[in-house]
Design a protein around this ligand. Structure first.
Ligand SMILES: Cc1cc2nc3c(=O)[nH]c(=O)nc-3n(C[C@H](O)[C@H](O)[C@H](O)COP(=O)(O)OP(=O)(O)OC[C@H]3O[C@@H](n4cnc5c(N)ncnc54)[C@H](O)[C@@H]3O)c2cc1C
Length: 386
């Protein structure tokens, strides 16, 4: 017979998604353990840019959920855990050439359909923002988005009383049964009523039937300079193309330049189909740097002080996986956020916490959240579709 639960909910993974779920569950008075092989923000959440962006999201459920997530992130940053982690700033999308300019038209149409917190305030030439390079043919200026370093948000969420940290502790096996879940940590076992599996790219170690694939991304950070050198993020429209059905159209590097509150810039990021975070190479960085400097020549005077890679957890159909496993309903999946997890984390943490408490989704997002269900990968569903 399984032992009685040590915790109401065990969270596997102390990335931003697991940390947000833990914060929401502890706030509802549940006994929560967060288990991580290394510690907080050890994987993608500590190696990302941190743009909280609706503009960059794939059209459809993801873009609408990102819009709701942005609104909720703002709420949590006003006297809540994300105060000091999230900051609002304008976003600029630039483009050159036919494919990028068409992607900018699609962006404006998408934001118009969502009618959410992000609005287009200007659409014109490079003259809209001082300091842009000659290669920039068109600039769209957006208001309403922001930036949030993943590691800051993770630490803020996990500081909530009522969360039991369990790290470093490698999860060897996740063993669900009819009444709960046992987690095998090698030297001991931990029992919980439910488990939230927020394991990022390591999802495939425990749930090999789910089509989660590694997608590496390289980034670099510059030295400090005037904090107001660039008032907001500068994103190549190729980045929007990279997230559509026709990523091959993104022939130019999908660079994103984000100014940090320290006066540094974080510049990213490549998209590579492998899972090795130690692969950082000059050729890839030079491609990113080249386009970044073309778009914003003042960058040429900055020194690169750090380059690194992170691994995104990508899903075959481009949507995250969120919800109970059909054959093990005490296991709630929250994974596959690819390049969108920082943006979505506040909302997803809240919704996963609702699921763990047996509550339905928040108002207005039920259909979009249902589109993320792991049910879409069950063989019977797939046969039904064929
Ligand atoms: C280069 C790059 C740029 C990005 N830019 C952005 C951006 O601008 N905006 C945005 O919204 N998103 C961005 N992302 C994506 C974002 O970082 C991720 O979607 C998000 O961090 C995923 O969080 P997570 O909690 O799901 O997973 P992770 O942060 O990967 O956390 C998973 C955790 O599980 C732990 N773990 C794994 N296996 C085990 C095990 N067996 N036992 C115990 N613990 C285990 C790991 O140690 C890790 O801490 C970017 C990602 C990359 C790589």
């Amino acid at each position: 017979m399984p032992q009685p639960p040590d915790f109401d909910v065990a969270i596997a993974g102390a990335g931003i998604v697991g940390a947000s779920a833990a914060w929401h569950l502890a706030g509802a008075g549940l006994r929560v353990a967060v288990i991580d092989a290394v510690g907080p923000a050890a994987a993608a959440s500590g190696a990302s840019d941190g743009a909280v962006s609706v503009a960059s999201k794939k059209p459809g459920p993801l873009a609408r959920l990102a819009s709701a997530a942005l609104l909720y992130t703002r709420v949590l940053s006003q006297g809540g855990p994300l105060e000091g982690a999230f900051h609002a700033r304008p976003s600029y999308v630039f483009g050159q050439g036919e494919a990028e300019l068409a992607a900018m038209d699609a962006l404006i149409a998408k934001l118009g359909q969502i009618a959410g917190p992000v609005r287009v305030v200007a659409d014109g030439g490079r003259g809209l923002l001082p300091g842009l390079g000659d290669s920039v043919e068109r600039l769209v200026v957006l208001d309403g988005e922001g930036h949030m370093p993943g590691h800051k948000a993770v630490r803020a969420y996990l500081a909530r009383p009522g969360i039991t940290p369990v790290w470093p502790a490698h999860i060897h096996a996740i063993l669900p049964d009819d009444t709960g879940v046992t987690v095998d940590l090698g030297d001991r076992r931990l029992r919980a009523g439910r488990l939230v599996a927020a394991l990022g790219v390591s999802t495939r170690d425990h749930f090999p039937d789910l089509p989660v694939l590694p997608r590496a991304g390289q980034l670099f950070v510059t030295d400090r300079g005037p904090a107001d050198a660039l008032p907001g993020s500068l994103t190549a429209a190729a980045y929007l193309l990279a997230k559509t059905e026709t990523p091959a159209a993104a022939r130019l590097p999908p660079v994103v330049i984000d100014p940090l509150v320290t006066g540094q810039f974080i510049v990213g990021s490549s998209r590579e189909d492998h899972g090795d975070p130690s692969q950082v190479d000059f050729a890839t960085l030079r491609r990113l740097m080249g386009r970044a400097v073309d778009a914003f020549p003042a960058l040429a005077g900055r020194r690169v002080i750090r380059a690194f890679a992170g691994i995104r957890a990508a899903v075959a159909d481009g949507l995250p996986i969120v919800g109970p496993l059909p054959d093990a309903p005490h296991v709630l999946m929250a994974t596959g956020f690819e390049g969108d997890g920082i943006c979505l984390s506040a909302l997803i943490g809240a919704e996963v916490a609702r699921m763990a408490r047996g509550l339905g989704p928040s108002d207005g997002i039920a259909a979009d959240l249902a589109a993320l269900s792991p049910l879409r990968f069950t063989p019977s569903r797939q046969e039904g579709r064929a």
